[in-house]
Design a protein around this ligand. Structure first.
Ligand SMILES: NC(=O)c1ccc[n+]([C@@H]2O[C@H](COP(=O)([O-])OP(=O)(O)OC[C@H]3O[C@@H](n4cnc5c(N)ncnc54)[C@H](OP(=O)(O)O)[C@@H]3O)[C@@H](O)[C@H]2O)c1
Length: 342
């Protein structure tokens, strides 16, 4: 249960951060995926007002991060912010940024993995991984694991177990696809997949057609299922050492995320939003997940509209979380046995 049952879909990140000001104060925060008009900008703005010790803003375009920093400094001139450039579609870029972040922040209290792409055509990362899966899950899996020494240092010196957090931004769109363990690169047609890897029944016919191969919506959905399963694994492995991970559906917010989709794709996205939130409202649930001290139960994993909520079973099952962890290790060519870091 959260501290504020009255918070909901209309609550803003500004209001949440005001309420949790004491929890923000003095924290070292890394926010990945920050551009003007992104949810990352609104998260950064709300955090910066409450005296964090350090706010590292990482994204692929330095100019966009710097624009956000200027906006923040116009309202919180002394906020200690550092910008970091990294491209999640390149594992060498991630591997070169991680040591710099570890140096800047020997303790990382809060990591918010906000970055994501939503692209219409089939693309791959530098390593040949389907772009949604490669950026939205695999890139963030690699970065987060490389940063764990700083996260664990923060947790071991924190007086409040469970206040060290890794927040993975996901989406209600995770319901569009489980992880396709036999086809994570989405090369098969629906009809060639085993039942449990197909898009779930009840979705629009176009997504279920046995002859359909690549769908950007299914690809995005798979990556967002990965974000939730990653939180399941992180909390399971690190709960005894004071770390919690939550995944967050922010709601529907018209940001830059859909800018690459064609008209049909944009129309489909427009049709999914029952209620469209402002950016400040869209950032609110992530701030709850990052700072609410009442969120301390290791079995809690998914939030929406500022409260705990149910996610699809295929996105929360620890058996799938374990399989995804092993697949992710394979795809980054490194084992991260969290047990060994004790
Ligand atoms: N907006 C919604 O309605 C909605 C709904 C459900 C879930 N979400 C989730 O909320 C999160 C934030 O989305 P948003 O709406 O704020 O989208 P956004 O405006 O597109 O922001 C995404 C951020 O990630 C960055 N990014 C993209 N690819 C990257 C890469 N390869 N390396 C490093 N950074 C990269 C983007 O940089 P560039 O500006 O350079 O591309 C941008 O700063 C995402 O995880 C998304 O899946 C959003």
């Amino acid at each position: 249960m959260t501290s504020f049952p009255e918070f909901g879909e209309a609550t803003t990140a500004t209001e949440v951060a005001d309420a949790l000001s004491q929890q923000v104060k003095g924290k070292n925060v890394l926010l990945v995926g920050v551009s003007p008009n992104s949810l990352g900008e609104h998260m950064a703005l709300s955090i910066a007002r409450h005296s964090p010790s350090l706010l590292i803003l990482a994204s692929r375009a330095a100019s966009k991060v710097n624009e956000v920093i200027s906006t923040i400094h116009s309202i919180a001139p002394s906020a200690p912010i550092i910008s970091m450039t990294l491209d999640l579609s390149s594992q060498s870029s991630i591997r070169s940024a991680a040591p710099k972040i570890l140096l800047l922040a020997p303790k990382l209290d809060i990591v918010i993995n906000n970055a994501a792409v939503n692209v219409p055509d089939y693309e791959t990362t530098r390593e040949g991984i389907e772009m949604h899966f490669g950026v939205n899950h695999i890139g963030l899996f690699l970065l987060t694991n490389l940063l764990l020494p700083s996260v664990l240092r923060a947790a071991s010196s924190s007086p409040v177990p469970g206040s060290t957090r890794i927040v993975n931004m996901t989406s209600a769109g995770h319901r569009l696809s489980p992880i396709r363990f036999s086809d994570y690169n989405l090369l098969k047609k629906n009809g060639e997949l085993v039942e449990e890897e197909r898009p779930p029944r009840g979705l629009p016919k176009a997504l279920l057609d046995p002859d359909v191969a690549y769908s950007p919506f299914v690809a995005y959905g798979q990556s967002k299922t990965g974000n939730i399963l990653f939180s399941v694994s992180l909390t399971e492995a690190l709960k005894e050492r004071g770390v919690r991970s939550f995944s967050v559906h922010p709601g529907s917010i018209w940001t830059g995320l859909a800018r690459n989709l064609d008209e049909q794709g944009q129309a489909l996205i427009r049709a999914t939003g029952k209620t469209w939130k402002s950016g400040d409202q869209g950032a609110a649930t992530a701030i709850v997940a990052a700072f609410d001290p009442n969120l301390n139960d290791a079995s809690d994993v998914y939030l929406a509209d500022c409260q705990l909520a149910p996610a699809a079973e295929f996105a929360t099952d620890s058996k799938f979380a374990e399989r995804l962890w092993r697949l992710s290790e394979e795809l980054v060519g490194e084992k991260f046995d969290l047990g060994e870091k004790r």
